[in-house]
Each structure stands twice: as C-alpha cells, then as structure tokens.
Design a protein around this ligand. Structure first.
Ligand code: ADP
Ligand code: NI
Length: 221
C-alpha cells in the first residue's frame, strides 16, 4: 500500500510494549491481551485477504490507546497513537492511514461505519472477533462487572435498534449485550475470513447462552 520504513519490525515490537504499558491496569475487557489478540487475528486476516501487514499491525496495536472510555482527553485527536507514531519517525501518510482506521474501528450502535481500506476492514473484524466466543463471554462479564451491571435482569429487555447516543446511555445487562451487539457482529464482518471465524465463535456463544438460561431456570436440575 505505502512505502514502509526499514525498522518497521522494531516499531511493531515497541508498539506491543507501548500497549502493554497503557492497558496494564485495565479491568474492563480492554486489557493488554485484548490488544495482543486483535493484533494477531488482524494480521492473520490481512494475510488471507492480501492486505498490507504493517499498516494492519500498527492500527491493531494502537486501536484502543485513545478509546473514548479509557482515554477521553486524547480520544478526539488520537493523541497517544499520533505521539507514538511520530516519536518513531513514521511518515505522515502512514500516520493518517492508521488514524483513519482507528476512527472507523469502534462500534457505536447502528452508526458504525464500514472502514474504507482493506486494512481497516481486517482490524475491525479482528476487534469484533475478540468480542465473540469463550474470550468474548469472559470480556463481556468482566466489562459488565466493571460497570456495575447485572449479569441478567428479567425486567430489562434487550433494545435492538440503538443509535450511538442510546447505545452509550442504555443501562442494560451483560446477557442483553449478547443480543444487542454480539450476535449481530457476524453479519457485520467485512471479510470472508473474518466471517468464518466469527461464525464458529458465535455458535459456541449461542450454545453457552442456552445453557445459561437453562441453569437460570433450573431446568437442568
Ligand atoms: P472495543 O473498544 O474493543 O471494540 P468495546 O469497548 O465495545 O470494545 O467492548 C469491550 C468489551 O466489553 C467487549 O468484549 C464487549 O462485548 C464488552 N462490552 C461492551 N459493552 C458492554 C456492555 N454494555 N455489557 C457487557 N459487555 C460489554
Ligand atoms: Ni478493542
């Protein structure tokens, strides 16, 4: 896609260490290993989809460093990502490509966007894949706990069509979140490779949800 500097390998390993530092104390489902998994999944999808590996890697490693929830003061200008890339001598073209991807990646109800570049599509798919499957279940309950949300509340029904604002404000439960967001991710996948991985993880998660309800209602007793 674009000319890459010779020390890209070093920049990527520095970005891994940078992310490790930033997310060291996160207990909301955005710990360092989320970023590391997104990086690995994104690069794997990028290889299958013939996307640029280095742009994909940098965007994946930096995709949450300016997250609106974790770093509201740098969110708008992507302060952390830009400072990291500048301090490593990354060209303006690559910085703007990476920032465009970071902007496009995060999900916000029905307002979410399809990334313009194939690299953005790979990173968005990887980020969504990490919200599915056994890992996704663990992250959802960790996030719900960190926000004081109940696992499930029969009096709070899931809301299926939400705008960005409603999505942010909605006081829901973690099991609702499976229906409001997670089970909709598969059909929103950008790449065929991503969709195949998502399908497998979603079916495990649906099975889990059935078992959860069975036990909730003591139907297995
Ligand atoms: P990312 O920024 O990595 O795209 P989010 O910030 O949307 O992801 O979510 C991080 C993790 O927390 C995901 O695994 C997601 O499913 C979970 N999560 C987000 N919102 C909720 C919620 N309202 N209830 C339960 N889990 C949630
Ligand atoms: Ni993420």
């Amino acid at each position: 896609m674009m000319a890459l500097s010779v020390n890209m390998k070093n920049i990527i390993s520095d970005a891994i260490e940078y992310a490790r530092g930033i997310f060291a104390r996160d207990f909301s489902g955005h710990d360092f290993y989320h970023t590391l998994r997104v990086y690995r999944i994104a690069v794997e999808i990028a290889e299958r989809e013939n996307a640029d590996r280095d742009i994909t890697a940098l965007a994946a490693l930096l995709h949450d460093v300016d997250d609106a929830k974790l770093s509201p003061e740098t969110h708008e200008g992507k302060g952390n990502a830009v400072a990291f890339l500048r301090s490593h001598g990354v060209s303006r073209d690559i910085i703007s490509a990476v920032c465009a991807i970071i902007d496009e990646v995060s999900f916000a109800g029905s307002d979410s966007v399809v990334p313009a570049s194939i690299e953005g599509k790979c990173v968005q798919d990887a980020d969504r894949i990490d919200a599915l499957g056994a890992i996704g279940i663990g992250r959802a309950f960790a996030y719900g706990g960190s926000r004081g949300r109940p696992m499930r509340d029969p009096d709070i029904p899931p809301l299926l069509e939400m705008s960005r604002e409603e999505y942010r404000k909605h006081q829901s439960t973690t099991i609702n979140h499976f229906h409001e967001k997670l089970f909709r991710l598969r059909e929103m996948m950008n790449t065929e490779s991503g969709r195949a991985i998502a399908a497998r993880r979603e079916s495990f998660m649906r099975e889990y949800t059935e078992e959860f309800m069975l036990e909730w209602n003591s139907e297995d007793i």
